[in-house]
Design a protein around this ligand. Structure first.
Ligand code: CP
Ligand code: NVA
Length: 307
């Protein structure tokens, strides 16, 4: 059966660990796998802008002996002229996997239903599971293990990143706190899915509106832009509503003394995070950005092996 990664809980706790273990191996020996030897082609499609995702998939696919085909929706038939399922049926005759950054999660689901090759969500409005594999790898490297750690996300709790922290964090057995105004709390169905997953992992999810309470004793402090791609029209209200959730030096002082700071990037310095935090000694954001490469290579190797 073809496996896809459309949202973080598509992976069981054991599968998530397997991929992270493989990512560490591939980080130690970058050329250890030639899973795409041939070269086989992987289509990497972008409906939205990207630096890290574009580069890490292109480099990672090449590292695996494959050939990346980067497609921009602006000059393809997808995105208005052709359905995701028809596109998938065309692509599967020629490529080994499809990676897609898009808006609606439903498009990814349709793409996955329509094809026999693995489909990977490279960010949608709802989830960013590739980023989470890199983030968990980074946390594991810096903290030694994931189970039992407390991770606090500050800001837009309804964003793709927050939803992915909720699902992937609980899958990893972490205690995930989301600090946001009530109107920006994670979607109820995502919280319910995380609570169901928590029964298997002893992780937990807590929704808080008080940023100080949320920071207290946390092992990992996380934030993301207040204005995700596609939300630009809400910029003024978002800056107003989320202003109290900025990660500052004081936030880091409330957290555990050995806490690390992560951010998927790009960062709006001075908005969701102060420069003294992102450039400070607890920040591991550059390791995190590098880990996109290792985590996604492991994901591709794993998906191709299972499918
Ligand atoms: N973090 C992340 O996905 O970055 P890009 O938008 O640059 O790909
Ligand atoms: N939440 C951000 C993540 C960017 C990598 C966005 O969707 O724009």
């Amino acid at each position: 059966m073809t496996r896809h990664l459309l949202r973080d809980d598509d992976l069981t706790p054991a599968e998530q660990t397997e991929i992270l273990d493989l990512a560490l191996e591939l980080k130690k020996d970058r050329w250890a796998s030639k899973a795409l030897e041939g070269p086989q082609t992987v289509a990497v499609i972008f409906d939205k802008s990207s630096t890290r995702t574009r580069v890490s998939f292109a480099v990672g696919i090449a590292d695996l002996g494959g050939s990346p085909l980067i497609i921009s929706t602006a000059n393809s038939q997808l995105g208005g002229k052709e359905t995701p399922s028809d596109t998938a049926r065309v692509l599967e005759r020629q490529v080994a996997a499809i990676v897609w950054r898009t808006y609606a999660q439903s498009g990814l689901e349709e793409m996955a239903r329509g094809t026999r090759v693995p489909v990977v969500n490279a960010l949608s409005d709802d989830f960013h599971p590739c980023q989470l594999l890199a983030d968990l790898l980074t946390i594991r490297e810096h903290k030694g293990a994931l189970t039992g750690l407390t991770l606090t996300f500050f800001g837009d709790g309804r964003s793709n990143m927050a939803h992915s922290y909720v699902l992937a964090g609980v899958t990893a057995g972490m205690h995930v706190r989301i600090a946001s105004p009530a109107a920006y709390a994670p979607r109820a169905d995502v919280v319910a899915a995380a609570r169901a997953r928590a029964e298997q992992t002893a992780g937990s999810i807590t929704l808080l509106t008080d940023p100080r309470e949320a920071a207290l004793g946390a092992d990992v402090i996380v934030t993301d832009t207040w204005v995700s791609m596609g939300k630009e029209e809400e910029k003024i209200s978002r800056l107003r509503d989320l202003g109290g959730y900025k990660v500052t030096k004081e936030t880091m002082q409330l957290a555990d003394a050995d806490a690390i700071f992560i951010h998927c990037l790009p960062a709006d310095r001075g908005y969701e995070v102060d420069s003294e935090v992102i450039d400070g000694p607890q920040s591991v954001v550059w390791d995190e950005a590098e880990n996109r490469l290792h985590a996604q290579k492991a994901l591709l190797v794993w998906l191709l092996g299972k499918s």
